[in-house]
Design a protein around this ligand. Structure first.
Ligand SMILES: Nc1nc2c(ncn2[C@@H]2O[C@H](COP(=O)(O)OP(=O)(O)OP(=O)(O)O)[C@@H](O)[C@H]2O)c(=O)[nH]1
Ligand SMILES: [Mg+2]
Length: 310
């Protein structure tokens, strides 16, 4: 569940009332359109992992941005897709709940192509929740013919009365301020739910596990990384070094072999890339150890899913 807004409004400082505002915004769309890239661009931090593979994000990820009196709480969601297992069902549920609970949604779409069934489904959700929504046309940096954009926008506007349409490039941080300007209109008077310097409510161990999972997605082929999950068992700082122990779960013995690679080469590559990312994020030297374990068909096993945080 999303955090509930505190009941009282405003903060008293000396004799003047400072009117603080907050806006809870869900970022939704089909897989791979750049929702997590947008979350990172909006907050200015790499909170959510990003890969070129659909279904990278599995859970609701909260990003926070405070600009003077206004606090934005962004909820990045998994790309909406037909569920093929219990994990997929949970991901779909996450998207539906996220859209029901916020002040507004951003529908992220690609700059070309037809309206996708997942997008139609999300728009139906906006209609039934009477949810204000902004259409963000992402990846405009790769659009050759800008005239196509007008056609694309018209197709979406035929389907829903979007509060605004903003062309953006999450990758190049283009249009992000314009998008924020539109989103600020949904902020309502309320105390800030998070400290003003917060960027996420994710636990450090979860962030670290996700960084390892990103490298699995980037280095392994086809279905294998989609059948992996990562947990960080220990994370301890000792004498200026952050020691991290991560366990990579996969579905089959032969997948384990591929994750480890010849003479351990693949696991070494994954761990070394993840370590660099961890060092960059936590700004400390990191010692990362990764183990690989098999948990057959975990994506369909409720108890395991819960233990893995899904
Ligand atoms: N050219 C370009 N690529 C982008 C842009 N935004 C995101 N991408 C790329 O699109 C791919 C998917 O980005 P993500 O942010 O992981 O997409 P997502 O919508 O969160 O994907 P799921 O979590 O799988 O639903 C990555 O390769 C990004 O680098 C953009 O503005 N321009
Ligand atoms: Mg994502």
């Amino acid at each position: 569940m999303l955090p509930k807004r505190p009941a009282c409004a405003g903060m008293k400082k000396e004799s003047t009332i400072i009117e603080t505002r907050s806006a809870f915004i869900a970022i939704v769309g089909k897989p791979n359109v750049g929702k997590s890239s947008l979350l990172n661009a909006l907050t200015g931090h790499k909170i959510a992992i990003v890969t070129n593979r659909p279904q990278t994000t599995r859970t609701r990820i909260t990003g926070v941005l405070t600009q003077e009196e206004t606090q934005y709480v962004f909820i990045d969601t998994p790309g909406l897709l037909k569920a093929r297992n219990k994990l997929g069902e949970k991901m779909v549920k996450t998207v539906r709940e996220s859209v029901a609970d916020v002040d507004a949604a951003v529908l992220v779409v690609e700059p070309t192509g037809e309206v996708n069934p997942a997008e139609l489904d999300l728009i139906e959700g906006f209609k039934s929740n009477r949810m204000p929504a902004v259409l963000a046309i992402n990846k405009i940096d790769i659009l050759q013919n800008k005239e196509l954009l007008i056609e694309r926008i018209a197709k979406f506007q035929d389907l829903y009365e979007f509060s605004a349409v903003v062309p953006i490039s999450a990758l190049e941080r283009d249009g992000i301020d314009a998008l924020l300007g539109e989103l600020s209109k949904f902020a309502i008077e309320s105390p800030h739910y998070f400290p003003d310097d917060a960027v996420t409510d994710q636990h450090e161990r979860v962030l670290a596990a996700e960084m390892v999972r990103e490298k699995l997605l980037l280095n392994l082929r086809e279905e294998i990384p989609h059948g992996t999950a990562v947990t960080v068992e220990t994370m301890k700082e000792k004498k200026g070094i952050l020691h991290v122990d991560a366990v990579i779960y996969c579905e089959r013995e032969n997948h384990k072999g591929m994750i480890i690679g010849k003479g351990g080469s693949m696991l070494k590559k994954i761990a070394s890339e993840a370590r660099a990312e961890l060092e960059d994020f936590f700004q400390i030297q990191v010692h990362l150890q990764c183990w690989v374990k098999v948990k057959e068909d975990w994506r369909n096993r409720e108890g395991i899913l819960r233990n893995l945080g899904y």
